[in-house]
Write a protein that binds this ligand. Sequence first.
Ligand SMILES: Cc1cc2nc3c(=O)[nH]c(=O)nc-3n(C[C@H](O)[C@H](O)[C@H](O)COP(=O)(O)OP(=O)(O)OC[C@H]3O[C@@H](n4cnc5c(N)ncnc54)[C@H](O)[C@@H]3O)c2cc1C
Length: 456
Amino acid sequence: MAANGTPADNGTANAMNVGIVGAGIAGLSAGIALRRAGHHVEIYEKSTFKREIGAAILLTPNANRILRLWGFDFDKARPVDFKQYRYVNGTSLEVKDRDSFEGVEERFGARMCAYHRVDLHSGLRELAEKEGATINLGAEAVNVKPEDGNVTLQSGQTVEKDLWILADGCRCPFLETISGEENPTKKIGKSVYRWLAPMEKVLEHPDAKKLWEGEGAGFCTFFEPQAGITMVTYPCRDSTLLNCAVFHETRVEEINALDWNANTTHERVLQALENCHDVVKHIPRTAEQMKVYTVTQRPPSKRIWKGRMLCVGDTVHHMLPTHAQGGCAALEDAAALEVLFGASTISPGAADLAKRLELYTQLRLPRSATTQILSSTNPWLTMDQVAKKTEEIRKFYKGDLVDWPKGLEPWSSPIREFFYGYDVVGDAEEAMKYRYSGKLPESWKWFGEVEKAMDG
Ligand SMILES: Cc1cc2nc3c(=O)[nH]c(=O)nc-3n(C[C@H](O)[C@H](O)[C@H](O)COP(=O)(O)OP(=O)(O)OC[C@H]3O[C@@H](n4cnc5c(N)ncnc54)[C@H](O)[C@@H]3O)c2cc1C
């Protein structure tokens, strides 16, 4: 600490020992960010990474911009750039709607591309290790003491750190301890059949060319109104695999399929696609394994830190996949950590840490809460429902709203502006100007004092 009471700019002299619970997108990204910020980082992951998640994930420019900043190896991860979106009648194959993503990269300065989840995860893991983070596998956290900075592992070992990041996903059992409120995840009545189909085999069907020939990579989303089915498909891993997800009403036997590993059968999937064109039904037949996942969501949290612990990623902002923003928001969280918790700017001890945690909350919570609410909207909401959503958003955000109701459409240009154009690093750097007060100014377009806004 300098004599005048302001933190000294002393490089990594104030490096903290940081522990991270969970090595998903949020935990690995936080690890990369906090290493880059100059801290010692140890990650504790309960699994052994042996179960492969056979699914893809789309990252939009707001997230890929962060990966690029970190020197992520895109070539190795083999993502597929999105050029278009098509909405196709699953029975007649008539294209009902389409939109182009040409120009998205130029407009937002980064790619919009889909990864095999394993490729993204492996790339993040390699980067975290390259940056010097230690990853402990088979290390499940079973208890936390936020004020003491202690986490107890399944092995019985208790680990103390200066700062803990809880990134253990949407079913984090510690959230209530941190936030002081019950906020369980809620099922929305929909489940997803999902699989990865080998593109080569998909294209063997005589009618497949009608769907993919001459089309740029991206979404080919089928709808079948009679059964109320939406089947989202898009390619990943150098276009060798087609990621498929059939959203349908949850069946009784799927109610507890809450992780990514529950199996289902081809028969069930084909039953859901009963009224679809044969080429649509051909797609699941090309894949070996069918999985099912029951969709949940949670309203925004009021508090996300306590003592020496901060929640990030799905732990805080579990949302519907409508706009493909859950993983993107986890990357934004990490980018904010890197700026707000730099070892060269933070002072040792509890007082400055508390200020930074509060500043982080003011920066991230209103944005991620707004993202959660927007992710629970759709173009079929009534005007009353839109008004209610607007009211919810106004608890967090006082800036311009995206061109209602056009902005409710997932891939529309207003929604792209809102999500893809968001510069979390720029906002975090701006927020750093207020780090001594620990409070953002009134003019900030996000409501800093979230708890007060939500209670009021
Ligand atoms: C159907 C669907 C499609 C989606 N599509 C997209 C998309 O296209 N784009 C996008 O950006 N987002 C998408 N998302 C959201 C995205 O998948 C999540 O937001 C993201 O994976 C959350 O990452 P996380 O690291 O916070 O949580 P998780 O991925 O859940 O990771 C948590 C990690 O913590 C570990 N863990 C749990 N408990 C403990 C413990 N006690 N101790 C130690 N470790 C523990 C877990 O094993 C896991 O590795 C989608 C979600 C769904 C459901």
